[in-house]
Write a protein that binds this ligand. Structure first.
Ligand SMILES: Cc1ncc(COP(=O)(O)O)c(C=O)c1O
Length: 401
């Protein structure tokens, strides 16, 4: 296998190809297709002088191994030419905290979307607040209007598009332009789309975060996070991760690497199946509204179409008002949809949620109970049959008061 640059005169490789080739160097590993899993702390130096001068390709397990470098290089290539470095972290939330700690200092102010993943909010409110960093939450639909909220000490704007429970689409280009005009950075949780469907750094994002736990791992068997930095943030990110001592166990890095190779086909299937299930749900009398940005009915559909090249398998629905026990009967009857946190694995999930109490800048009043679905890789017909059984159980529960 030969490494190839995109600027060698031949047409650039397609993303589906890059997902297979990025970060691989079989010649360096005796021809084996995949990188070896280095379980490593100590690296031995040939002599004392080299040790004191740090003269070695690898210096210490925490500072990187061929295993970690392979995954970092692969993600870097998928992020595109704006990506200067990638850091691996032990979970998606750790990637979020690392990215934020890389950019803030005491006295700084952060702007965070009101639709943000709740643990990100908790980190800002309960950890960054102790370090003298204040946070203001903003309407996810604010777009370029963010300019009015930027204060002289606003260091960064944190976006998540779409919001991973409520699916508001954000105008990342407009937010980035406004933020950069006032010297604030943009940090994005890009887990929903991954760099395959939204190359965040190309749209003005300075630090792009993935919970690798979700689609990159892809099999619900690993906790992993990653942060991709552009030229403006790479030094800060690298220093923060290095000085803090964060690193990821080699087996988990390997699982990320292994999951990545099938990401493009899995995402394409998640996209297709989730839209098919969403279209079926839309027709159901029990459903008030779909919250799926790739569906034409979504208020953020035009932004999704403008900026994204695909959709993953995660979306929500608002049900017409029914008692909570009827929603529980629906969920508890489903056999193919597990009830549990996370998403991005091969299997389908469904959870009830209510984020009204979390919001501080906007009101969340959808008009009925809300359920989030993750559509896995099962046959759509079977998923629909399962949902049909769930709705039948919901009707029975709703009528037995
Ligand atoms: C949007 C989003 N970001 C980040 C995370 C955190 O990832 P992890 O569970 O790996 O910490 C999650 C987890 O559910 C998530 O949904």
């Amino acid at each position: 296998m030969n490494e190839r640059n995109d600027d060698d005169g031949r047409p650039p490789r397609q993303t589906h190809t890059k997902v297979v080739t990025a970060g691989r160097d079989p010649a360096a590993y005796h021809g084996f297709v995949n990188p070896p899993v280095y379980h490593a702390s100590t690296v031995l130096y040939p002599n004392a002088e080299d040790f004191l001068a740090h003269r070695a390709r690898y210096q210490y397990g925490r500072r990187g191994t061929p295993t970690t470098e392979a995954l970092e290089a692969a993600i870097r290539e998928l992020e595109g030419p704006q990506c200067a470095s990638v850091a691996l972290l032990p979970s998606g939330l750790a990637a979020i905290s690392a990215a934020l700690l890389a950019v803030v200092q005491s006295g700084d102010h952060l702007l965070v979307t009101d639709s943000v993943y709740a643990p990100t909010r908790n980190f800002c409110n309960q950890v960054l607040s102790r370090l003298g960093v204040t946070t203001t939450y903003f309407d996810p639909l604010i777009g370029g209007g963010i300019a009015e909220l930027i204060q002289p000490n606003t260091r960064a704007v944190f976006v998540e598009s779409p919001g991973s429970l409520t699916f508001e689409m954000q105008d990342i280009g407009a937010i980035a332009a406004a933020a950069h005009a006032k010297e604030a950075l943009v940090v994005m949780d890009n887990t929903w789309a991954s760099p395959l469907y939204f190359r965040a750094l190309d749209h003005g994002v300075d630090l792009s975060i993935q919970a690798g736990t979700k689609y990159i791992g892809g099999h619900s068997d690993v906790m992993l996070g990653m942060v991709s930095a552009n030229g403006a943030t790479t030094t800060r990110l690298r220093n923060t991760v290095f000085l803090s001592g964060w690193c990821v166990g080699p087996d988990d890095v390997y699982l990320g690497h292994r999951g990545l190779r099938t990401l493009a086909v899995r995402l394409a299937r998640h996209h297709q199946s989730a839209l098919a299930v969403a279209r079926w749900l839309e027709q159901r009398p029990e459903v008030l509204r779909l919250l799926h940005p790739a569906h034409e009915s979504h208020p953020g559909h035009a932004l999704w179409k403008r900026d994204f090249t695909g959709a993953s398998g995660l979306f929500s629905v608002v049900l017409k008002p029914v008692p909570q026990k009827a929603v529980f009967a629906f969920l508890d009857t489903l056999e193919l949809f597990g009830i549990g946190a996370s998403w991005g694995g091969y299997e389908s999930l469904a959870i009830p949620f209510d984020c009204a109490a979390l919001r501080t800048a906007t009101q969340w009043a959808p008009g009925g109970p809300t359920v989030r679905f993750h559509i896995g890789l099962e046959a759509v017909e079977d998923l629909i049959a399962d949902l049909e059984r769930g709705f039948a159980a919901m009707a029975v529960a709703a009528h037995h008061r």
